[in-house]
Unconditional design. Structure first.
Length: 299
């Protein structure tokens, strides 16, 4: 582990702590649940599934929004964001706008779907804001120029794939729980494509960061070979990628109906945990460039 005493940031690669230690843990969870819920709503809207829409909306509003407000430090004052001009410079402020518009439009659409005739333009706008909710966490991190692990255009794309993939997994779990086999088969096609996209994007992302800068190389080495390597290889690669991929191959060859339901649930849970672990690594291993480099960090 890299030591960071006073003034060492001037000559050593130092990790960011604001968004992952103490209250920063809440932001890690907030990004995950907000994007997961919006992703489930987004996927469910293509199948006009009210139950999936509601669960996704609830996850985003309660788990995601709740942890996000707690992170702000003064939850009862969050409304001031909407009357300030912070959205012009802060992606956190913009994100709260996106979440607020998404939640309002989402609940109106669900109300129309349940008691009246839904309006397609309203659903399209709600889906647009759901997509913005999914992607804004990646842009909030990408905006930090001093951390090469974050300051890459691939990060928002990776987060979009993760958010929609996680939402599709929850949608599959909902279909399995309600016995909607036809819906489950359709959603699984999404999962296959998104899982493959996640594997390719994660590899390209880490490789590009590794060779993009010295600080990026420090971050990737810390993730892959350093203190946090077990979390990558066990939680992300083995449980979050290899196990779901094996189940996807099994269900593709044998059919979803022939795949044990318990195995599908395990694959869904492992995929979500892998996503959560990957996000933790990206936040935990974001290193700043030293002001006056004196050496190259190596193991």
């Amino acid at each position: 582990m890299i030591q960071t005493r006073p003034y060492e940031f001037m000559v050593k690669y130092t990790p960011q702590r604001e968004w992952i230690e103490r209250r920063g843990i809440l932001l890690w969870l907030a990004f995950f649940f907000i994007e997961l819920g919006a992703g489930m709503f987004f996927v469910s809207s293509f199948f006009n599934n009210l139950w999936g829409l509601f669960i996704g909306w609830l996850i985003c509003a309660v788990l995601g929004g709740g942890t996000h407000l707690l992170y702000l430090g003064h939850p009862l004052r969050f409304w001031r964001i909407f009357i300030s001009s912070g959205w012009k410079t802060s992606w956190i402020s913009r994100g709260l706008y996106f979440v607020a518009f998404f939640l309002v439009l989402g609940v109106v659409h669900m109300g129309l779907l349940l008691w009246a005739t839904p309006a397609t333009p309203l659903l399209i706008i709600a889906d647009i804001f759901a997509f913005l909710v999914i992607i804004y966490g990646g842009f909030a991190m990408n905006y930090v120029n001093g951390i090469p692990l974050w300051n890459t255009a691939l990060l928002p794309i990776l987060y979009v794939v993760c958010g929609i993939w996680g939402g599709a997994e929850l949608m599959l779990a909902s279909a399995l729980a309600t016995g909607a086999t036809g819906l489950g088969i359709a959603v699984e096609e999404w999962i296959r494509i998104l899982l493959l996209g996640f594997i390719i994007l994660l590899a390209v992302y880490l490789i590009s960061v590794r060779y993009g800068s010295l600080a990026g190389g420090v971050s990737v080495r810390e993730i892959a070979w350093g203190r946090w390597a077990p979390l990558l290889w066990i939680a992300v690669v083995a449980l979050g990628i290899a196990l779901p991929l094996g189940v996807v191959i099994l269900s593709f060859s044998a059919g979803l109906a022939a795949t044990p339901v318990a195995l599908l649930y395990v694959a869904i849970l492992c995929g979500l945990l892998g996503d959560l672990a990957m996000r933790y690594l990206i936040l935990r291993c974001g290193y700043y460039h030293p002001i006056v480099p004196s050496h190259v960090y190596s193991y």
